[in-house]
Ligand binder design. Structure first.
Ligand code: FE
Ligand code: FE
Ligand code: ZN
Length: 287
């Protein structure tokens, strides 16, 4: 089954109900939300977010809560050993975020692993492992943290599958840590998506395909290996529509939720058109 959607807002007054309405307006059957603004840590109590109303609507549309993905805010940096209080804060926030995700009823929380702030990737990785263990060993939910593949901008950790594997290897509760593959990010990190089967084989070998929990489908404004992280609309970037459509419909990725995070065009969301174009592509490429 193809589960395809985009990130959607969650704003007053309709909150989660509005998120699902937005997703349905794009003809999506999946979506990704933030529990509040992605850039800050201000969060409302879940009781205010119209979760039951949103759930009723998504069930009416035939979805389950597995089709709703949550993304943690960008401010969490578990890899910061230069300013330990930043990592402390991130761990504290993450602890609460897992409870929020559980209360909402979703199962997957996408998390940027962190940035080492020039202390070196190894120091960053060790810090991330320690913080994740601190959080997960105390947490009693079964929410899976999906570590996102990063572009390698600045001192981001997680630009190679090997770095992500090293993090998971250090985790006590390994069943609680999986991965989110972002096409723009891995392209910017240097992976050649035009040979996607090889990328997938490599992913499987290093990280295990069974641990791939969600994909972010984005084109990239920059050439392969640029380490930039600037998303482009599908077909407007260096990856190209055909390559991305093949990924979306790849048989080995069936049933894994796919989320568009492409930029808005003239203050309008492009998701309805992009979802429709991806579905059309598969009609003309049925084997
Ligand atoms: Fe992300
Ligand atoms: Fe992403
Ligand atoms: Zn990105």
């Amino acid at each position: 089954m193809l589960y395809l959607g985009s990130h959607v807002g969650m704003k007053a007054p309709k909150f989660f109900l509005g998120s699902i309405e937005e997703a349905l307006s794009y003809d999506a059957n999946a979506c990704m939300i933030y529990t509040g603004a992605p850039q800050n840590s201000k969060r409302r109590p879940i009781s205010q977010l119209k979760i039951a109303e949103g759930k009723a609507l998504l069930q009416k549309a035939g979805w389950s809560m597995n089709q709703v993905i949550i993304h943690a805010p960008y401010i969490i940096n578990l890899g910061n050993t230069v300013k330990e209080e930043t990592a402390d804060f991130g761990a504290e926030f993450l602890k609460e975020e897992l409870l929020r995700v559980d209360e909402i009823g979703a199962g997957i929380l996408v998390l940027h692993p962190g940035a080492h702030m020039k202390a070196g990737a190894e120091a960053g990785i060790q810090s991330i492992v320690k913080r994740l263990n601190d959080v997960l060993n105390q947490d009693e939910t079964d929410v899976v943290i999906a570590l996102e593949t990063m572009a390698g901008k600045g001192s981001e950790v997680g630009r190679t599958f090997e770095e992500l594997a090293e993090i998971r290897q250090g985790i006590d509760k390994k069943e609680r840590v999986g991965f989110c593959l972002d096409t723009c990010h891995i392209h910017d990190a240097g992976y050649d998506l035009s040979d996607f089967d090889s990328v997938l084989d490599h992913f499987d070998e290093i990280l295990g395909l069974e641990n791939l929990k969600v994909l972010h489908i984005n084109d990239s404004k920059n050439v392969r290996g640029a380490a930039k992280d600037r998303h482009a609309n599908l077909g407007d970037g260096e990856i190209g529509f055909e390559t991305l459509a093949k990924i979306v419909h790849h048989p080995r990725l069936d049933n894994i939720v796919k989320i568009l995070e492409t930029p808005w065009i003239d203050e309008k969301a492009p998701y309805k058109e992009e979802i429709s174009a991806l579905k059309e592509w598969s009609k003309s490429h049925k084997s």
